[in-house]
Write a new protein. Structure first.
Lengths: 221, 108
């Protein structure tokens, strides 16, 4: 790594004293983010593997569970999340170009997309609650009129996976709000946007997980 | 290790049209997933592999361009790859356990 440039006019980032340079700080922070992403992959991965194993053991029960999901809702949310991933990437792009206003717009649209995603999720969840579909033993077997007595297991997976994912969307919206506020305050520019890059990677992994959750839950069943 | 040496201004900046192309491909692949789903009867046992193959292509697009892994350090790529490696290991050993069990029935 070469030394950082202190020759840049105006926007100079003062890196923490235990780093050699601003670049050293950026690289280290990003490596930490990637280590965190590994824990995310392993956390969701455990649920995916549990789902695959039980899907293999009870294929008809999982097919019955999937028949209660509306793929159009999942499809809509997939499009919303992909669009939000684009606007998140553009938020960083505009900071790299020192176009803070456009960056703020992009980040605001990203938060809006997260909100749309959660509203769709809210309608999906409340509709299921209305039908008596709850996870595990809480599932109202008589009201739902299940064919497979252990249908609650499918919805245990459904609520755990989409719920954990939804919590990540909410956390992501909070983190994007934080970097949006800091962008408005003038903290970020083409020399320093580490926090936005890290939040961006977190937001993209939420999209990444949904890319697999959509076919797994809504289509393949 | 391409593109991220030097001062912080030297970070690789992905051109705007590349982002738009990647997003376009992601939208197109999402539609393709749904189209393939409508032919799931014809696809039969291949329906799930087709859906996950398309999802994997989408995931790679997101990782390389949106998450900037294409221009990231080898270390960060190895770190992220290690996550998937250990996930595969978990699946392999869980599968070995589940599908090599011998069913035992009580005679009582």
């Amino acid at each position: 790594m070469s030394t950082d440039s202190h020759s840049v006019k105006g926007h100079e980032h003062h890196f923490a004293h235990h780093f050699r340079s601003a670049e050293h700080e950026y690289e280290t922070t990003k490596e930490g983010i990637w280590l965190f992403m590994v824990t995310e992959i392993l956390m969701f991965g455990g649920l995916f593997i549990g789902y695959s194993i039980f899907h293999n053991i009870y294929p008809e029960m999982f097919a019955e569970g999937a028949s209660y999901l509306d793929w159009k809702m999942g499809f809509l949310n997939t499009l919303v999340l992909i669009f939000s991933s684009l606007t998140m990437a553009l938020g960083i792009f505009f900071l790299q170009k020192n176009e803070q206003k456009k960056a703020v717009m992009s980040l605001a649209i990203t938060i809006l997309c997260g909100a749309i995603f959660m509203v769709v999720k809210y309608f999906e969840y409340t509709h299921k609650f209305h039908l008596g579909i709850f996870p595990g033993r809480l599932l109202d077997v008589a009201k739902v009129g299940v064919h497979h007595a252990n249908l609650g297991m499918y919805f245990g997976f459904y609520y755990c996976m989409t719920g954990l994912h939804g919590i990540h969307v909410l956390l992501g919206m909070g983190l994007i709000s934080w970097v949006l506020f800091r962008t408005l305050r003038g903290d970020f520019n083409s020399n320093y946007y580490t926090a936005v890059e890290g939040v961006g990677i977190f937001w993209h992994i939420i999209d990444l997980i949904w890319i697999f959750l959509f076919p797994l839950l809504y289509l393949v069943g | 290790m391409a593109g991220n040496h030097g001062d912080s201004q030297g970070h690789h900046i992905t051109p705007l049209n590349v982002y738009l192309k990647v997003a376009g491909a992601l939208f197109a692949l999402t539609f393709l997933t749904v189209i393939a789903h409508h032919f799931s009867a014809q696809l039969g046992a291949m329906a799930a592999p087709v859906a996950f193959f398309i999802a994997t292509i989408k995931a790679v697009l997101v990782m390389l361009w949106f998450m900037h892994l294409k221009y990231d350090t080898i270390m960060n790529r190895v770190i992220f790859g290690a996550g998937f490696f250990f996930l595969a290991l978990l699946l392999a050993f869980s599968g070995l356990d589940i599908w090599t069990r011998v069913a035992e029935f009580s005679t009582l």
